[in-house]
Design a protein. Structure first.
Length: 218
């Protein structure tokens, strides 16, 4: 079980590369998104209720190949008051949006529907997106962070149907990965600088240290 559109890639790869392999076929049939798994086991899983507003963005590959029916049924069972955006692609598309030559196109695609919807949403509204790239695009270009379906379920389980309504609710549930990356970058820079200074000092000491007199042997 995986968390998003990657499931379909796994299924496609298994079926294309190992079409006659019984174990590969069985594995492809046992690969689900979280939404699919919860939907298929709805009779055995009591989903928590959450009476909150949310906007939901489905990963474009997920929507095109797998649809969002399972996610809809899960969110309906939770009684979430949500809008499923007709947003197409977020624009990030894996590493596409990180590439310099594609950055402008990536932003323009995101600005068609998704990013304006996120910015205009009330600050107490949940932003839900399972796609990693989609969540990264939202985090990079708005002041919001999108929540994964699993995080929404965790919120409902811990806080109950009415929950604790607050501004930017995702701040307590979604780590600030960008800040963590910046901190790791600073830590790496400082560690590298200190290592360089230490090596430089050692090299200088080696060059300048007094040399003992060498006695000629006869």
């Amino acid at each position: 079980m995986r968390g998003g559109w990657q499931d379909e890639r796994v299924k496609e790869a298994l079926n294309l590369c190992l079409p006659a392999n019984e174990r590969a076929t069985r594995l492809s049939r046992q690969t689900f998104t979280l939404g699919e798994f919860l939907d298929r086991n709805a009779s055995r899983i009591a989903l928590p209720k959450l009476h909150r507003k949310a906007i939901v963005h489905g990963h474009c590959h997920h929507r095109a190949i797998m649809k969002m029916d399972s996610e809809r049924r899960v969110l309906d069972a939770m009684e979430l008051d949500y809008e499923l955006l007709d947003s197409g692609c977020c624009g990030m598309a894996g590493s596409f949006g990180f590439e310099r030559e594609h950055y402008d196109v990536s932003r323009k695609v995101g600005e068609l529907v998704l990013l304006p919807a996120v910015r205009h949403a009330d600050e107490t509204t949940l932003i839900v997106a399972d796609g990693f790239s989609c969540r990264e695009q939202i985090a990079q270009t708005t002041r919001r962070r999108a929540m994964h379906l699993a995080e929404v379920i965790a919120l409902a389980s811990k806080e109950g149907p009415e929950g604790h309504v607050e501004r930017l609710p995702e701040l307590r549930w979604v780590p600030d990965y960008a800040a963590a990356a910046r901190q790791q970058g600073r830590t790496f820079f400082v560690a590298t600088a200190l290592t360089g200074l230490a090596l430089g000092a050692y090299a200088l000491y080696t060059v300048r240290r007094p040399q003992g007199r060498v006695e000629a042997t006869k």
